[in-house]
Ligand binder design. Structure first.
Ligand SMILES: O=C(O)c1ccc(O)c(O)c1
Ligand SMILES: [Mg+2]
Length: 631
């Protein structure tokens, strides 16, 4: 990023609601400018001048008016009509307080094919624009009839040879076509009039519906937005970074929350660009990501009475011992080696993961970074003698608590046990866990992409591709957030699961919140856990018959897996053995994971079997997992 502050902008099409609601949401999230999307204006009772006043009153400016469609035509008789249409839209653009009109490449069958002729028509439009005091930013829509790629739009705009004609670059149209921004080396800075940014999941589908329904904010999808913005800035672009995201879920979400996501995404993107260029000077200087990053604890809350008893019993059966008792309430601390679990017998809603403790070198800086990424800060009363842990709330309500390397947070607990070493000596070898493999957080419908962005930005994790799992109540979407490659093996891996809304209707959440422990022998761990009275999730015999049919395991191993309800998965890097405990709450269980030879996944191949087995278990118990209330 260049040293000057880069302006931020958002297209009104990103947000739900009326135009005034969109303007206010953009302003509240701290944007500098808005692109006014034509349909928002057409349905607004205010005049363009009144809208301009509203924009200015909110502390914003209008960065662009869009879109002006189908600027060229093979039938010369149509050209005067197009020019008159532009004259009016240009005048309107001035009333809106900007001088930039986005012109999309034509999508109709009578679009001009020859570059020379097209350039001539754009030149004539440039003259109309100049009369009105506006400039035209010509954008290649990926589904344009002839002009589909930005190199082509640059060529035509240059050939138009009019000072009021340049291009608009849109990352979606470039990257969805598998193109790269390499052609920008050929562009002149003054030709780059506007930059629109959108990410998207990598899908193989027609580019038009992909664009209109599935765009995401930068960092939420699979495109390299950092590389794209790098290249555009290197080509000399100095205008705003403007988000233009068409997304079905965002269209029905609270515009204020979406606008905050949008700003968070831009700040995280700017940070990535700074890091890649080695230059500082983005809009907001964020403290560097918290590294090294490790788990301090996971807290199971919302579990009064029997639910808390059940959680504690399961932990004990897994070889955990009680290390401490909280000074100020029914909160117990459980430990096994480096893994600590807090069971908080307050709250309602059923046992779930309510708080994640993260061990970082500088908790204050980690929290400041989260605030810089617009994370809501947790304000709570700190009792006398209690340690204040800087904490923020993730979009799903889970607290992220930043703990120091000395584990000062332990001071809040009366110690109940002498030394870990003494207790550990008595623990069966099969129940010695190497740490936390991952933690999975269930997400509500609509909160999935927001949570992925929030957690990956605040903790600097990389979201991986979305996996869809066919569960009994519909598709469960799942996505892992992993440490950057540079610190692979680093401690913190998260999985986000979103259950079908249908599951909630049936009283089942199915989001699969869990804490997974690292084992060096999952079969022995399952056997030991069961011998101590632990309840493993039963896996149907059909599953093992299928494993047998696949011929991937020797008969002895297969028999031991079957005996202990341990599941098996394989990827190109290695193998996985894992089992699940019976549910501790509507949407909470524990998992024990043994990775063999560098297996990288999370057992997605077994998730459908798990979901069905959990449903069956809940039916046997006579209670759907959701019986305790919403998770
Ligand atoms: O989907 C569209 O029509 C459309 C309109 C304007 C844009 O800037 C764009 O990228 C797409
Ligand atoms: Mg666009």
């Amino acid at each position: 990023m260049p040293a000057q502050r880069v302006e931020t902008s958002i297209a009104t099409v990103c947000l739900s609601g009326t135009l005034p609601e969109k303007i206010d949401a953009a302003a509240a999230a701290g944007f500098d400018a808005v692109e006014i999307f034509e349909p928002d204006l057409l349905g607004c009772p205010s005049s363009p001048a009144e809208i301009a006043r509203r924009v200015a009153g909110a502390g914003l400016r209008t960065s662009l008016y869009q879109p002006f469609r189908d600027p060229d035509h093979t039938d010369p008789a149509r050209l005067p009509v197009i020019r008159e249409r532009l004259r009016r839209k240009a005048a309107l653009t001035r009333e809106l307080g900007t001088d930039l009109v986005l012109v999309c490449s034509s999508v109709h069958p009578h679009a001009v094919r020859e570059d020379d002729r097209l350039a001539e028509q754009l030149h004539a439009l440039g003259a109309v624009a100049a009369e009105q005091g506006v400039r035209l930013a010509y954008e290649a829509l990926a589904w344009g009839t002839h002009v589909k790629d930005y190199r082509h739009s640059l060529r035509v705009a240059r050939r138009a040879a009019h000072p009021n004609v340049g291009v608009c670059l849109d990352s979606f149209h470039v990257l969805s076509r598998g193109d790269d921004p390499g052609g920008l080396g050929w562009a002149r800075a003054e030709e780059l009039l506007f930059l629109q940014l959108a990410d998207a999941p990598r899908l193989s589908m027609d580019v038009l519906p992909w664009s209109r329904h599935h765009r995401l904010f930068p960092g939420q999808g699979g495109f390299d937005l950092v590389g794209f913005v790098d290249a555009v800035l290197a080509a000399g672009y100095t205008g705003p970074l403007s988000l233009e995201v068409f997304n079905d879920v965002f269209r029905q979400s609270d515009p204020r929350a979406t606008a905050l996501d949008a700003m968070r995404s831009l700040r995280h993107l700017a940070e990535g660009v700074d890091r890649s260029t080695g230059e500082a000077g983005t809009a907001v200087a964020l403290p560097t990501p918290p590294r090294p990053l490790h788990w301090a604890f996971a807290e199971i809350g919302g579990a009064p009475g029997a639910a808390a008893d059940g959680a504690r019993r399961t932990l004990e059966q897994l070889g955990f011992y009680q290390e401490g008792q909280h000074q100020s309430g029914p909160i117990t601390l459980w430990r096994s080696g480096s893994v600590r679990v807090v069971v908080n017998a307050r709250g309602t809603g059923g046992a779930r993961l309510t708080s994640l403790g993260l061990r970082v070198p500088e908790p204050g800086a980690a929290a400041a970074r989260a605030r810089g990424l617009l994370a809501p800060v947790v304000t709570r009363s700190v009792g006398p003698g209690e340690v204040d842990i800087p904490s923020v709330t993730a979009p799903d309500g889970t607290w992220l608590q930043f703990c120091d390397l000395e584990n000062s947070w332990l001071q809040d607990f009366f110690p109940l046990c002498a030394a870990d070493a003494e207790v550990a000596a008595e623990r069966p070898a099969a129940l010695v866990f190497g740490g936390v493999d991952h933690i999975a957080l269930p997400q509500g419908f609509g909160g999935f992409d927001r949570a992925a962005l929030f957690l990956s930005a605040v903790l600097d994790l990389q979201p991986t591709a979305v996996v869809d799992i066919a569960g009994p109540d519909g598709l469960v979407r799942s996505r892992a957030l992993l440490p950057p490659v540079a610190d692979e093996g680093g401690g913190v891996r998260l999985v986000l699961n979103v259950a079908p809304s249908n599951a909630l209707l049936r009283g089942r959440t199915g989001g699969g919140g869990h804490l997974a422990l690292v084992s060096s022998d999952a079969v022995a761990a399952a056997a030991e856990f069961r011998s101590r009275g632990g309840r493993v999730l039963d896996v149907p015999g059909n599953y093992y018959d299928d494993l047998e049919a696949r011929g991937v395991l020797d008969p002895g191993t297969l028999a031991r897996l079957r005996e202990n309800s341990v599941l098996y998965d394989v990827d190109e890097h290695g193998e996985l053995l894992h089992f699940f405990t019976a549910n501790l709450g509507p949407d909470l269980f524990l998992e024990v994971v043994q990775r063999i030879g560098g297996y990288r996944g999370f057992g997605a191949g077994n998730a459908a079997v798990r979901l069905l087995a959990q449903t069956a278990a809940a039916e046997v118990a006579g209670t759907a997992p959701g019986a305790g209330g919403p998770a």
